[in-house]
Design a protein around this ligand. Structure first.
Ligand code: F6P
Length: 321
């Protein structure tokens, strides 16, 4: 079957660079003589027929903008058989021959259902700050999020050093310590707590007290949200060491802002490649980049647990403290 019209959506947590991916998918499709529809609020837009035809101008001047012009949502309705039926009806009604789904694991799981169960060709483009998608070295938004968090932690370092304090900084990552490890090393932080690695609070506290005796009076601990709550870690530190602590939860600022060049370029490559795959009649695939080369995997593989190689970074953080 030849592909004539495709749909593009963003779903799940937004990530900087999603707009660049939308732009790439829309322009690549139009330039290969396909029609494109932008679908709003992820799978919700499919269920509620909230979509419209996009032309070249619909994606003008968005390559550097954070967020997603298509809006995004985590759709509970799409989890139901009824919701899926309505989504597929929309696909048929509007003559969509394939979908490009930009998002993370939840989005990819939706793509697996749509393609395997309902025969709707789907290609996934990895858009998430968590960098927890398999088959790609990096996901769109991860680099920007790391740099945003780093900028904040550098500022925290100024006050930490001036007031000779212990600070616990919480970064995003429900199941992934990617941001925590990256900013931990880049900010010269003294410790990092991540979901992937067992952590001994007493050992850290012992190091703090010892350091304190040697004259090392400021300390930054980075905590990935999936490992612990910064507030709890700070309380424990004070209970064990009697040292004063302060807490900062960086939260959603990590999801906003203008994407870095790396994220814009990744998004541009992968958005365009997703169109190529649909044109070739592929389905249930995810596009990614490994060692600067395009890499294609099944969506089922893309959602398997990605191994986070933290040991080198973790050792370096300790070596350099
Ligand atoms: O998946 C991206 C992410 O930012 C996670 O790091 C975080 O745990 C989650 O989304 C937060 O989701 P929400 O914006 O729905 O609170």
């Amino acid at each position: 079957m030849s592909v004539r019209r495709i749909g593009v959506l963003t779903s799940g947590g937004d990530a900087p660079g999603m707009n660049a991916a939308i732009r790439a998918a829309v322009r690549a499709a139009l330039n290969s003589n396909l029609e494109v529809m932008g679908i709003f609020r992820g799978f919700e837009g499919l269920i509620n027929q909230d979509l419209k035809v996009f032309d070249h101008r619909a994606v003008s001047n968005i390559i550097g903008r954070g967020g997603t012009i298509l809006k995004t949502a985590r759709s509970a309705d799409f989890m139901t058989e009824e919701g899926q039926k309505r989504a597929v009806e929309t696909v048929k009604k509007f003559g969509l021959d394939g979908l490009i789904l930009i998002g993370g694991n939840g989005t990819y799981n939706g793509g697996i259902v749509l393609s395997r169960k309902w025969n709707v060709p789907c290609i996934g483009v990895p858009g998430t700050i968590d960098n927890d998608i398999n088959g790609t070295d990096s996901t769109i938004g991860a680099d920007t999020a790391v740099n945003t968090a780093l900028e904040a932690i550098d500022k925290i370092r100024d006050t930490v050093t001036s007031m000779e304090r212990i600070f616990v900084v919480e970064v995003m990552g429900r199941d992934s310590g990617f941001i925590a490890v990256q900013v931990g090393l880049a900010s010269g932080s003294e410790d990092v707590l991540i979901p992937e690695r067992k952590f001994e609070i007493h050992k850290m506290c012992h190091d703090m007290v010892e350091g304190n005796l040697r004259g090392k009076v400021s300390w930054i601990v980075i905590v990935a949200e999936g490992a612990a709550k910064a507030e709890d870690v700070a309380k424990q530190i004070t209970e064990i060491t009697s040292l004063e602590t302060r807490v900062a939860v960086l939260g959603h600022i990590q999801r906003g802002g203008s994407p870095t060049a790396k994220d814009r370029n990744l998004a541009s490559m992968l958005g365009a490649e997703a169109v190529n795959l649909l044109n070739r009649g592929e389905t249930c695939k995810a596009v990614g980049v490994i060692s600067e080369n395009i890499n294609i995997v099944d969506l089922e593989f893309a959602v398997t647990k990605k191994e986070l190689k933290t040991d080198n970074f973790y050792q370096l953080i300790k070596t350099l403290t």
